[in-house]
Design a binder for this molecule. Structure first.
Ligand SMILES: NC(=O)c1ccc[n+]([C@@H]2O[C@H](COP(=O)([O-])OP(=O)(O)OC[C@H]3O[C@@H](n4cnc5c(N)ncnc54)[C@H](OP(=O)(O)O)[C@@H]3O)[C@@H](O)[C@H]2O)c1
Length: 326
């Protein structure tokens, strides 16, 4: 497993990390603690050293399980968590320095840590990216030693550009074969400012694995059922905002280009072709998916022709729908 420098934190992290929104559950299924542990063990065995979590994932179970695991395996993982989404209603007014301080304390407790490696504002409302008091509180928490570094998770490229006015060390962004907008302005600025990029939703919620069809069904509590139109949160988080049927057509074009229907490692390898990315964080509902996804680290570099073909597929099928929205 190759490592990359995580922006201005200077820390070395595995270029493939682990997303844990669905740790121990297939989004909406009951929590399976043993499978959650198997996923973490498999990640560690595969050389993964970076975990992405959030205080809201599975009502706190994601952080708690990670906390339990790292207590038994200290020092193996660099952990990024996120806060803000517990605010109800999730509005700009609810963001206060004391709320942020409280979230940090809660995450420290859930993971049995004295200091968080990295905390990100979890896709707050756009005006929060201009709030001196919120970024000031993050600076204060850093001075207090409660967090080592901080950053933001964003929905729109413009939010990322705004956030880089502050001294953030990392930014989490949707970046995959179906989401090319970050390449336009955001990645060059992040490289200039040494902001580490965490590429999330790398498989477009599984669509880019190539395994879904028109007949695939998702459970009623799975966001791939209920959030396709953004009923609960930004629809960009579900299939990367790509309408399902259109996504299937683009996936068919990718299969033809690469001559295989086993797209998951290629989709991850494509992300790793971009040096601005510090780490890509595929989520896994089963340990076998972790094993499958780390194969990307062994794949050869994609050719210029393959990179060009992905760009053309995006331009043909998705640019008009996706590019203006995020
Ligand atoms: N706002 C934010 O900051 C935010 C939002 C979204 C995600 N995230 C983070 O980013 C991580 C990754 O995003 P994501 O999990 O939403 O999407 P993703 O990584 O694009 O897709 C994950 C899903 O794809 C399927 N999958 C994964 N590997 C597979 C393989 N090898 N073969 C077949 N299917 C496979 C699984 O679904 P099934 O098994 O159910 O088919 C899995 O749950 C999350 O876990 C979370 O840590 C952050």
């Amino acid at each position: 497993m190759n490592c990359r420098t995580f922006g201005k934190t200077g820390r070395q992290v595995s270029e493939i990390g682990l997303g844990t929104w669905q740790l121990g559950t297939r989004w909406g299924d009951p929590f399976d603690r043993e499978e959650a542990f198997r996923i973490l063990e498999t990640a560690e065995d595969a050389g993964i050293t970076f975990i992405d979590t959030a205080d809201v994932y599975n009502g706190g179970k994601s952080e708690e399980t990670i906390g339990e695991y790292i207590s038994a395996h200290p020092g193996r993982f660099y952990i990024t968590t996120k806060c803000g989404r517990r605010l109800n209603p999730h509005t700009e007014e609810m963001y206060t320095p004391s709320a942020i301080a409280g979230f940090i304390e809660d995450s420290l407790k859930r993971m049995h840590l004295e200091r968080l490696d990295m905390i990100l504002l979890h896709c707050p409302p756009t005006p929060v990216f201009r709030r001196d008091d919120i970024f000031g509180e993050l600076d204060r928490q850093k001075k207090l030693g409660k967090i080592a570094d901080y950053g933001v998770s964003i929905e729109k490229a413009q939010e990322g550009i705004q956030a880089m006015e502050y001294d953030i060390s990392a930014m989490e962004v949707i970046f995959n074969m179906f989401r090319l907008k970050p390449l336009d302005e955001m990645f060059p600025l992040a490289a200039e400012k040494q902001v580490g990029i965490i590429a999330r939703v790398p498989l477009a919620s599984g669509l880019l694995t190539g395994k879904y069809t028109r007949d695939t069904t998702f459970g009623p509590k799975d966001h791939r059922s209920y959030n396709r139109e953004g009923a609960s949160f930004d629809k960009g988080e579900t299939f990367s905002g790509v309408p399902y049927e259109l996504g299937l057509q683009a996936v068919e074009a990718l299969k033809e280009t690469f001559g295989t229907s086993d797209l998951a490692p290629l989709a991850i390898r494509w992300i790793l072709m971009h040096p601005e990315v510090s780490v890509v964080i595929p989520g896994a509902s089963r340990a076998s998916q972790v094993q499958d996804n780390v194969r990307a680290a062994e794949l050869p570099r994609l050719t210029d022709g393959q990179m060009q073909a992905v760009q053309e597929i995006y331009d043909q099928y998705l640019r008009a729908t996706i590019h203006p929205q995020w």
